[in-house]
Design a protein around this ligand. Sequence first.
Ligand SMILES: NC(=O)c1ccc[n+]([C@@H]2O[C@H](COP(=O)([O-])OP(=O)(O)OC[C@H]3O[C@@H](n4cnc5c(N)ncnc54)[C@H](OP(=O)(O)O)[C@@H]3O)[C@@H](O)[C@H]2O)c1
Length: 295
Amino acid sequence: MSARIIDGKAIAEDIRAQAARAVATLKTVHGIEPGIAVVLVGEDPASQVYVRNKDAAVKEAGMRSFQHTLDAATSQDDLLALIARLNADPAVHGILVQLPLPEQIHTNAVIAAIDPAKDVDGFHIINAGLLATGQAALVPCTPTGCAILAERALGDITGLEVVVVGRSNIVGRPAAQLFLNRNCTVTMAHSRTRDLPAVCRRADILIAAVGRKEMIRGDWIKPGACVIDVGITRVPREDGKTRLVGDVAFDEAKEVAGAITPVPGGVGRMTVAMLLVNTITAACRAAGIEPPDIG
Ligand SMILES: NC(=O)c1ccc[n+]([C@@H]2O[C@H](COP(=O)([O-])OP(=O)(O)OC[C@H]3O[C@@H](n4cnc5c(N)ncnc54)[C@H](OP(=O)(O)O)[C@@H]3O)[C@@H](O)[C@H]2O)c1
């Protein structure tokens, strides 16, 4: 039987619409206009596309977008000076520094310099620590998107077995913490995991965040499981163009899974939507208002 395809595009559009309504209410009722500063250092083409998409989504939701495009040769001190100005600017509720950064800049130093209350990427160790201890945090956007997609597909996920393949600080680790906080039983797998196919077959919800195209095969999946594919790898097509491929062998997996996200059109769409939600959350907390429940 073929799996239900989880429509990340439609779910992300729904969240963006909820975000736009929340922004309208914040403006009319509280006089608050959520604003996000997006900092791009250098001219990496993929980063330029991501930043353009984020800018468009922020404006579409009725929020303010402050773009800062810096030369690839920018020094770490100059970038830290900009972050200090953004930290102090009350019109800026969220700060996002697009990664990767040029090699003369230490990513961890930059993340540590962002005010945790404005850290809408959720990468600051204060936010990572809050998430890991089950407290209210700004949570990384992609893992939150994964959790919402799983909940939209399955409803109540309490007590389910979740296997997260990948343990990066931006996807795998926070994804595991999120599902733990949602009362799932969580296993984290990585490149040293023994018998990864058997571990994956335990999962009611399988999160693939590896970055290796089609590594997870159909027979690694428990029949009826919900498969969330975070992976994005660009591969050449026969006509000389390129296409995006996930970490899961989709055609095999959809014959076994109960529900599955496609690539593209799955998790990727959720990341920008959750950035809007995090910015609204940061703006509300800055004003001492309870953030709206969007999801
Ligand atoms: N959809 C989105 O919006 C979005 C956002 C972010 C990332 N992504 C995509 O998600 C993927 C993962 O990104 P990331 O930043 O988390 O990558 P990353 O930092 O490279 O981490 C990859 C993880 O996969 C594990 N891994 C590598 N090879 C493995 C193997 N053979 N078996 C089991 N585990 C293996 C690594 O394990 P070790 O720790 O043991 O090395 C590591 O923990 C990439 O394709 C990326 O493009 C998508």
